[in-house]
Design a protein around this ligand. Structure first.
Ligand code: AMP
Length: 197
């Protein structure tokens, strides 16, 4: 299974990605995790990304595209992967198309976690109040709101991009965490059975 999860910050992509990884024995490719590791290790990419991430902006497309391209070449991606947090712009989505074609791979589906904005803002504020001084520099209310704005401006157009390719399935992300997982698994079952039909 080669797929991606699309949705705003706070929609639960990371939690759901982990469950899909376990169910399908594939790897989770989270550009946010990879960038945080680069920041922690103070690599050149990390040094470039640190401030940008802390304020909730997007790291340049060229940086994340290179990271993903290198990661896709690693052997553990052979059984499939779930992209979490990438692509985030139309330019990244187009670059991903080119990368996959070059590597002879095809995306099976994109799952959108559809979440209501008002509820998201509440979740975001809750998360910010719970994580004061926590591990993520961008989990404060200002950066989280910025990330939501950036999602609307730059990432949301990807919903139409993948719908246009016939690769979009939408799941109600306002359900309980377990019910969201059940809905995702049902959607993935449909993808699997149509692939083998
Ligand atoms: P995430 O863990 O996916 O919420 O990502 C945290 C932060 O990492 C984002 O707010 C961005 O600053 C950066 N980031 C992660 N993925 C990308 C991406 N695909 N393009 C640009 N910046 C990214």
């Amino acid at each position: 299974m080669r797929m991606m999860l699309l949705g705003p910050p706070g929609a639960g992509k990371g939690t759901q990605a982990q469950r899909i990884v376990d169910a399908y024995d594939i790897v989770q490719l989270s550009t946010g995790d990879m960038l945080r590791a680069a920041v922690a290790a103070e690599t050149p990419v990390g040094l470039q990304a640190k401030e940008i991430m802390a304020r909730g902006d997007l790291v340049p497309d060229s940086v994340v595209i290179q990271i993903v391209s290198d990661r896709l070449d690693e052997p553990d991606c052979a059984n499939g992967f779930i992209l979490d947090g990438f692509p985030r712009t139309v330019a990244q989505a187009e670059a991903l198309d080119a990368l996959l074609e070059e590597k002879g791979l095809r995306l099976d589906t994109t799952i959108e976690l559809a979440v209501d904005d008002t509820a998201l803002l509440q979740r975001i504020e809750k998360r910010a109040s719970e994580t004061v001084g926590g591990a993520r520099a961008d989990d404060n209310a200002d950066a989280l709101k910025k990330r939501l704005d950036v999602y609307h401006a730059q990432t949301k157009p990807l919903i139409d991009f993948y719908r246009g390719k016939g690769l979009l399935m939408s799941v109600d992300g306002m359900q309980s965490i377990d019910d969201v997982t059940t809905s995702i698994m049902a959607a993935l079952d449909r993808v699997k059975s149509s692939a083998t039909a």
